[in-house]
Design a binder for this molecule. Structure first.
Ligand SMILES: *Cc1c(COP(=O)(O)O)cnc(C)c1O
Length: 416
């Protein structure tokens, strides 16, 4: 069988590709060549693992959740702790891997776009470590919403450009980043944050994130002597899901479950479920072919999720292909289910998952009681929840904290 993570001329089945302006074609060719050379060099993966061990706490632990297991009364629940990475999420894996590749290519400047700010902070951190110049594009609306992340990006030495075009959100920042790249191809690498975009980005990001699945497979066999019955991961662009799923693709007994943002409920159309709802359709945008939340004229829908990192119109072409092949099952969890799952995890295990990750917990809690105590399930905790303090205080409706935090947030936002 062909390796499901290796594209055939840039395509995963009918998804993927590289729909590029002429001016960027040569840059993508050289990136593809540099990535292929790195993949073929066994020293490169060793260098990558050593960097992550020293700088980002890898291998991250696999934690047994005794209390949640007892409460659910079914499968034994294990959690993969990607929240313990430097900067608080699995994003560090991809960004540090691309950093090594940039150094190999001899480039000295990186750019990125960011919505919630997490990928911007991770990229600015990597740039500080490697000594690269760094520019981060961010929609003006997001700059205001995410001022603490803007603060840290600037302290880390990045230039944050507030994009005032269009709706002033993530998609406008993406357009601006591509414009910068086209003007500065020779010096600059665009650090894409998830397994989306034109080839070779989906394959490249999945390759770096595959470190997560490799560790989980080894750890779960060591701990339990068996493969998991099911593996759960939240799906924004798809990188943490592909990371943890990739090591199990060939194990037909392991069910892989991707959990998308159900937002206010699929029937409200205020969600970001591209693969778990009937609201998305096949299209080409932002340089690649996948399912997008769009209407018949290709106008993109407004998406909604309590978790900023899942609120995206497209999805990894690799996951779209795995869904069509029946290898990955897709579900969704609503904002309310996610907040409840978060509260339960915090109170019962003392773990604080990101709201994104809490989608995977919510789905696992629905299913674990139907499984047997002989079964093992793994939930990928893609990131830590400290960043969600404003949203969670709001959702829990704690008036004292909510007002305190609101005042603080307003005072951040009013700073020039
Ligand atoms: C960015 C982010 C995600 C979503 O991105 P994927 O590419 O789908 O993994 C999920 N969880 C956390 C904590 C994030 O920061």
């Amino acid at each position: 069988m062909a390796d499901p993570l290796s594209p055939d001329r840039g395509y995963f089945g009918k998804f993927g590709g590289a729909y590029l302006p002429e001016i960027l074609v040569a840059t993508f060719r050289s990136l593809e060549a540099a990535f292929a050379a790195a993949q073929a060099d066994p020293g490169f993966w060793r260098e990558y693992e050593a960097l992550l061990a020293e700088y980002s706490c890898r291998p991250t632990p696999l934690t047994f959740c005794e209390n949640l297991t007892r409460d659910c009364g079914g499968a034994r629940i294990f959690v993969k702790r990607e929240d313990l990475n430097h900067t608080g999420a699995h994003k560090a894996n991809n960004v540090l891997g691309q950093g090594l590749l940039v150094r190999r290519m001899g480039k000295k400047r990186v750019i990125a776009e960011t919505g919630a700010g997490q990928h911007g902070v991770a990229t600015a951190t990597m740039a500080a470590k490697f000594g690269f110049e760094c520019t981060v594009y961010m929609g003006e609306v997001d700059v205001e919403r995410q001022s603490p992340n803007v603060f840290w990006m600037e302290r880390l030495g990045a230039r944050v450009v507030s994009v005032k075009d269009g709706s002033r959100i993530l998609k406008d920042a993406i357009n601006e980043a591509f414009r910068d790249w086209a003007a500065n191809m020779d010096s600059t690498h665009y650090v894409l944050g998830t397994a989306c975009g034109p080839h070779p980005f989906p394959a490249m990001v999945a390759y770096f994130q595959s470190i997560v699945g490799k560790e989980v497979r080894r750890q779960v066999l060591e701990r339990t002597g068996r493969l998991p019955k099911r593996v759960y991961a939240c799906v924004g662009g798809g990188s943490n899901a592909l990371g943890v799923f990739s090591a199990f693709l060939a194990d037909q007994t392991v069910e892989l479950v991707g959990v998308e943002a159900g937002g206010r409920g699929l029937h409200t159309h205020k969600h970001a479920a591209r693969l778990a709802s009937a609201d998305a359709s096949l299209g080409v945008a932002q340089g690649y072919r996948t399912y997008f939340l769009q209407d018949a004229d290709g106008q993109m829908h407004e998406t909604h999720s309590v978790a900023a990192g899942l609120d995206y119109i497209g999805v990894s072409p690799i996951l779209a292909h795995l869904r069509d092949q029946g290898r990955v099952r897709f579900e969704s969890a609503t904002d309310d289910e996610v907040v409840a799952a978060l509260a339960r995890t915090v109170q019962r295990e003392g773990l604080i998952p990101a709201l994104e990750s809490a989608h995977a917990f919510a789905q696992a809690f629905k299913e674990a009681p139907q499984l047997s105590p002989d079964d093992v399930i793994v939930i990928n905790q893609s990131g830590r929840g400290d960043k969600d303090i404003f949203t969670v205080a709001d959702a829990f409706g704690d008036p004292l904290w909510r007002d305190f935090i609101r005042r603080k947030a307003a005072s951040y936002a009013s700073k020039p």
